[in-house]
Design a protein around this ligand. Structure first.
Ligand code: ADP
Ligand code: MG
Ligand code: MG
Length: 519
């Protein structure tokens, strides 16, 4: 395998004229092709909501080991199956919720939404997952192995911008790189196609088609539940436009897609009166007599406590969950994405064998072995198991905790505690709540460098890359061996951050968009 850091790739762009030229081409291409976000309020005032700015992006695609890339793509359908099966297993999830809920009101509230709906009975068997499994390349001597950072089951973002980033780097390879004095970025780049936008749209369409026609005579639609003031709106719009394209191409006519801020659910949504099927109705604000039946509700909000400022927001989530619309995700699917689940899957039995949890959901030694290879060490923080007690010793020892990250059951970036900050953080919370966290070994990818274009400025230096592989899955959630109707590997994301930064979220302002150059 070619060395990741070998040769002069990527070029260092010492020449200011070359740097400026490439930056200008990228700025223009990004706006022209929707590799863009809304500007942050601090950057400029935009009362009319008309401005866009370039998404942060690397100037060159980062080198990524081909064998690791292929392994991550190949295992995705097994991951789809694993998480579909977990979400079917209410008993398994319920036990883990009990372990974390004491120190985690948000998880407890989610579980309560599920219990309320269970009591009256679910009216929709199907659940849709637009998943993303995230990895870093771990270097152990001369061996490179993908190790999973986390598995996302809700609001897995950047599929829309990621396909655009692959296209940007492909365009630059076809045009600009060959004009550079340093020819290392020009010859023989292996840039794989990226079907992330198409793949996620196809997942949404599979669920829309499975829902079928409205029995009430309404037009059916897809709802995107979004956050107020969302800046990453074009990422979501790419999925919407592609969904419309795919529905037109299949001859069914354009699927109506509506964006609904989570806070406006009570005003715009109702459950069909007098129908035991609980169809979810959407009332168009510009024409209240226009009523649509939501076939699919795609949540790009609702993944963290900030989206639930009060009881009304929890009531709104309950109405979505109890309705006939196919939720992406259902509450159980969202809970399957808890870091606690990932920890339990990755914690070996006391005799060192693979976790019984993993074997409970996945049959076949090859599949189990394939998943296991992607796990790194993750420990519980409880005080009842040997693994938990070991983790508590590690996490409270300022020297021993250097190689670890402490994670709560949260999504969206910015929630973790790293290395030497862990003991102090644990001191600041009641010990009774430690069990709501997991302790994970830090993955150490090989050093790379690249140039990031962020807010018009170039940043040159060491970088760390995180690969995400998208998976789309539609399944019957109501029984332990319920049918899987659709399961695909659906493209990839490469996110890159400066090697001084612990977190890598693009939306959270730490990372940037990238694509792979296979080596
Ligand atoms: P979230 O659900 O908030 O995105 P993550 O588990 O993905 O939480 O953690 C956020 C970021 O922290 C990751 O994108 C990565 O940059 C860093 N990180 C998390 N776990 C590890 C790990 N085990 N090794 C190295 N970096 C990690
Ligand atoms: Mg996450
Ligand atoms: Mg993450």
């Amino acid at each position: 395998m070619a060395s990741l850091t070998g040769g002069s790739y990527p070029p260092s762009l010492d020449d200011e004229l070359e740097r400026d030229r490439l930056a200008q081409v990228i700025k223009d291409w990004s706006i022209a092709n929707g590799l863009a976000v809304r500007p942050p309020p601090a950057m400029t005032s935009d009362p009319e909501g008309i401005l866009a700015t370039t998404a942060p992006v690397t100037i060159f695609p980062s080198p990524f080991p081909k064998s690791c890339f292929e392994e991550a793509k190949l295992i995705q359908k097994t991951y789809n199956e694993l998480y579909a099966r977990i979400s079917q297993d209410e008993e398994f999830l319920g036990e883990l919720v009990q372990e974390v809920a004491g120190g985690d009101e948000f998880i407890a509230n989610l579980w309560n939404v599920h219990l309320r709906v269970k009591m009256e009975g679910y009216v929709q068997n199907l659940a849709l997952g637009l998943f993303r499994s995230d990895y870093m390349v771990h270097q152990d001597g001369s061996t490179l192995q993908i190790k999973q950072v986390e598995f996302n089951t809700i609001a897995s973002s950047f599929a829309g911008l990621s396909a655009q980033t692959s296209q940007l780097h492909t365009y630059l390879a076809q045009t600009e790189y060959s004009l550079l004095k340093d020819t290392s970025a020009h010859a023989g780049l292996d840039l794989p196609a990226n079907g992330s936008t198409k793949g996620l749209a196809a997942g949404l369409k599979a669920a829309f088609d499975a829902y079928g026609k409205s029995e009430l005579g309404h037009r059916t639609c897809v709802l995107f539940l979004v956050q107020d003031g969302e800046r990453n709106v074009f990422d979501q719009r790419h999925l919407e436009y592609e969904l419309v394209q795919q529905s037109l191409a299949s001859g069914t006519g354009a699927i109506p897609v509506f964006r609904l801020p989570f806070s406006q659910i009570p005003d715009r949504i109702s459950i069909a009166p007098g129908s035991f099927k609980r169809q979810l109705l959407y009332h168009l604000p510009s024409n209240p007599s226009a009523v649509f039946e939501a076939a699919v509700v795609y949540l790009r909000a609702g993944y963290g406590p900030r989206d639930y400022p009060g009881q009304a927001a929890w009531e709104a989530r309950y109405q979505i969950e109890r309705s006939a619309a196919i939720a992406c995700p259902s509450v159980l699917t969202q809970l399957a994405g808890m870091k606690k689940v990932q920890q339990v899957l990755a914690t070996p039995e006391s005799d060192g064998s693979h976790s019984s949890a993993l074997r409970r959901f996945i049959k076949g030694d090859d599949k189990v072995e394939g998943l296991w290879r992607t796990f790194t060490n993750i420990f519980p923080m409880d005080d009842t198991t040997a693994a938990g007690q070991k983790a508590r010793c590690l996490a409270t020892d300022p020297a021993a905790c250097q190689g670890y990250v402490l994670k709560p059951q949260r999504e969206g970036g910015g929630n973790n505690t790293y290395r030497s900050a862990i003991p102090g953080y644990l001191q600041s919370i009641p010990e009774a709540h430690w069990g709501s966290y997991i302790l994970m070994e830090l993955i150490t990818p090989p050093p790379l460098s690249n140039i990031i274009l962020r807010n018009g400025q170039l940043e040159h230096g060491g970088v760390i890359c995180e690969l995400g592989v998208y998976g789309t899955c539609l399944w019957d959630q109501t029984s332990r061996d319920g049918k899987i109707l659709h399961s695909e590997e659906s493209g990839y994301l490469l996110r890159t951050k400066g090697d001084q930064s612990e977190e890598g979220g693009v939306a959270a302002g730490f990372g940037c968009m990238d694509s792979v150059s296979l080596v």
